[in-house]
Ligand binder design. Structure first.
Ligand SMILES: [Zn+2]
Ligand SMILES: [Zn+2]
Length: 382
């Protein structure tokens, strides 16, 4: 099972009902925060209390957070990070936290050549994440000052070259592939290159296809010894009685399909190259067709563009978010995306507080936030 709590569905300018970007990915191996715009920690706290009121399991508790994954450096995606890290510190956090963000190969080259205090290329955007990391270190964002280990990482999604700011950001450690967050073993996360006015990426969370579980009842009914049962459960065929061969596969339930969710940040319409088949794509849809020129100019997507991207990466479901404050009704975005997708891919729009869930069998469900909890919508093809 995996689930995404979408806690901000506005673009850079919030509205009275939509906040700036910030989501929480949840799986049995932990939580990953994807972007944390202004006020993120309030929205996270509110979602937790909403869950509590509905008597849902406390899967959003902060000690399950293993990582923060930034999609890019624009402030509507990052400005809430440091206060959030400081709250985790006040809560007495002990376990390490990975922070990932994309940067350019030029910045990595500078860091590699000149070390941690390297100057940045002249044309660097003010929202460059290295700029922000340095500001956050100066403002108390180091492991010693926070009281828990923050593993600050910057990388280039296209090449897989990553650098970590270690020892309270006094030295650098280099990687030729992105380190996985602690505790991720059956799940993994990958950065997927996207196209925006600053270095950017989407994040893909995936779980491989899994063997079905051992059918204890069937084994018990077959009157097998403990040793035979053990072998079968470990995938070893056994010879039972007078030469009858029992195949381990006969004692397995159906296998669980591979699951994956891709969460984009801001990006122009383009062909994303996912690392695994995409069950759900959560994609920005800042503009509508009538402002498509703005989308092109600012390297954002229209709802139709998001739909074309979904079709191109063969996503089974698409959820639209990151709406311009000018958008009156998200149904307009929905209609334009549907026109592109037809029957090939189910599409929905997100509001703040909505949850997107993929169950063990690969079914996607949208849980729409309402006054009294969540209302379930099957993301089926219609
Ligand atoms: Zn944005
Ligand atoms: Zn942006």
């Amino acid at each position: 099972m995996m689930e995404l709590h979408i806690l901000g569905t506005a673009s850079a300018r919030p509205t009275s009902t939509r906040s700036v970007s910030g989501s929480v990915f949840s799986c049995p191996e932990g939580l990953v925060i994807i972007d944390s715009g202004e006020g993120f920690q309030m929205r996270y706290a509110r979602q937790r209390s909403r869950m509590k009121r509905q008597k849902e399991p406390s899967l959003l508790r902060p000690n399950r957070i293993v990582a923060v994954a930034l999609t890019h450096g624009h402030l509507d995606h990052t400005w809430g990070l440091l206060p959030f890290l400081q709250t985790l510190s006040l809560d007495g956090r002990q376990q390490p936290l990975f922070v990932y963000g994309p940067t350019s190969p030029e910045i990595l080259d500078r860091l590699e050549a000149d070390g941690i205090d390297a100057s940045m290329p002249e044309q660097t955007a003010s929202a460059e994440l290295l700029n922000q990391y340095r500001a956050w270190f100066a403002l108390g964002g180091t492991s010693t000052r926070l009281g828990y280990d923050v593993r600050w990482l910057l990388g280039h999604p296209q090449s897989g070259r990553w650098v970590e700011f270690v020892h309270d950001a006094t030295t650098l450690a280099w990687y030729d592939s992105m380190p996985q967050p602690e505790g991720f073993t059956t799940f993994r996360m990958d950065s997927i290159p996207t196209l925006h006015s600053v270095p950017s990426c989407a994040w893909q969370f995936s779980r491989k296809e899994r063997k079905g579980s051992f059918d204890r009842e069937k084994a018990a009914l077959a009157g097998l010894s403990q040793k035979e049962r053990k072998n079968l459960s470990e995938g070893i065929d056994v010879e039972h009685g007078s030469g009858e061969v029992l195949r381990a596969s006969q004692f397995r339930g159906p296998s669980k399909p591979a699951l994956s969710m891709v969460v984009s940040g801001d990006t122009a319409e383009q062909s994303i190259q996912p690392k695994a088949p995409v069950t759900v794509l959560v994609h920005e849809a800042t503009f509508l067709n009538d402002t498509a020129d703005k989308a092109t100019q600012h390297l954002h997507s229209t709802a139709a563009g998001a739909a074309r991207t979904a079709a191109h990466c063969k996503a089974q479901h698409l959820v639209l978010t990151h709406f311009s404050a000018r958008l009156r009704d998200a149904d307009d975005a929905l209609a334009e995306a549907k026109e592109v997708l037809g029957q090939t891919c189910a599409v929905a729009t997100a509001n703040d507080g909505d949850r997107v869930r993929i169950d063990e069998d690969g079914n996607a469900i949208l849980l729409k936030a309402s006054e009294s909890g969540w209302v379930q919508h099957n993301l089926t093809h219609h």
